[in-house]
Design a protein around this ligand. Structure first.
Ligand SMILES: C[S@@+](CC[C@H](N)C(=O)[O-])C[C@H]1O[C@@H](n2cnc3c(N)ncnc32)[C@H](O)[C@@H]1O
Length: 286
């Protein structure tokens, strides 16, 4: 377990309120007074192991989740909120993998690597954008919440794939270890060649080794056409590739994060593989 200081009182209060449990109910279940419960939640007294277990049982969260400060109410849900806020509410080193597909196009458009802003591409302009500073903040938080050896699967357009993402990762421990080209099986726009691909940069938290990657049959050019029925978001990514990558790098029950989920396709992949999902989108969700 990673070392971290936990402000237990406020965390217990938060979990209790989320679960709709009263201080009186905790007091009765733990055999202590309501005043003592209140003092614990103010941080005036440290809870004993028995009191912690009472909170965990009454408010239906595991001690592991509490210790790692994972907001249980956020797990396996389509959360509608800012991804940075969600990441900041998660403890250090809990996630085995993270998918991040930032929303940007300013530079891409200016440098004419693509042809955004016309026709079908117009829908993308209506999505909230992330500037370079914001993306860097996301990547720093992702680095913090990843386990040792954990993977960041970072979706890039052609511009960022060619120009690099050094400025996003400079203040992190992440190293680029691989890349996959996604052949969308469908031709798009372009000023020179016409786009049919997107790129997935694979980064790893130290120690960057292959011990936690168990599927060695994934090709680095992946062809997958998104069926029309799944095109519920202009940027939907290939679910079969996502499943293979989750299967290759995580175990059942592990946490997988996606702080800008769009169509919540990573959630679908996690459900399919019995992984726990923590993700959100600022514009989509429940
Ligand atoms: C490129 S799309 C992600 C598509 C997703 N990978 C999929 O397969 O559907 C980026 C998403 O980021 C969302 N977004 C923009 N700013 C955000 C923020 N600050 N926090 C969370 N989501 C944000 C947008 O609403 C958009 O849906």
């Amino acid at each position: 377990m990673t070392e971290q200081t936990i402000d237990l009182g406020p965390a217990l209060k938060k979990y209790r309120k989320q679960a709709g449990v009263t201080q009186q109910e905790i007091a009765e279940a733990a055999g202590i007074s309501k005043n003592y419960v209140s003092a614990i939640e103010r941080g005036a007294h440290q809870p004993t192991a028995n009191i912690l277990i009472t909170y965990a049982r009454s408010c239906r969260f595991s001690l592991d989740e509490m210790v790692n400060l994972i907001p249980r109410s956020k797990v396996d849900r389509k959360n509608k909120q800012d991804g940075l806020d969600l990441l900041r509410s998660i403890g250090d080193g809990i996630a085995s993998a993270c998918f991040f597909d930032p929303e940007y196009h300013g530079l891409t458009d200016k440098l004419q690597y693509g042809n955004l802003g016309v026709g079908r591409e117009k829908a993308r302009f209506e999505l909230p954008q992330m500037d370079e500073d914001k993306i860097t903040c996301f990547v720093i938080e992702i680095d913090r919440v990843l386990k040792k050896n954990g993977y960041l699967f970072l979706w890039l357009d052609k511009y960022h794939f060619c120009e690099g993402v050094q400025s996003w990762i400079a203040d992190t421990s992440l190293t680029v270890v691989d890349a996959i080209c996604w052949d969308k099986g469908q031709i798009g726009m372009g000023y020179r060649s016409r786009s049919r691909s997107e790129y997935l940069l694979i980064l790893q938290k130290p120690p960057a080794n292959t011990k936690t990657w168990i599927d060695h049959a994934i090709p680095d050019v992946w062809r997958e056409k998104i069926p029309k029925s799944n095109r519920i978001h202009p940027h939907t990514k290939p679910i079969e590739l996502t499943k293979r990558l989750i299967g290759a790098t995580t175990d059942e029950g592990d946490y997988v994060i996606d702080p800008a989920s769009g169509s919540f396709m990573v959630l679908e992949a996690c459900k399919n593989l019995n992984r726990q999902f923590i993700g959100c989108d600022i514009q989509f969700g429940d």
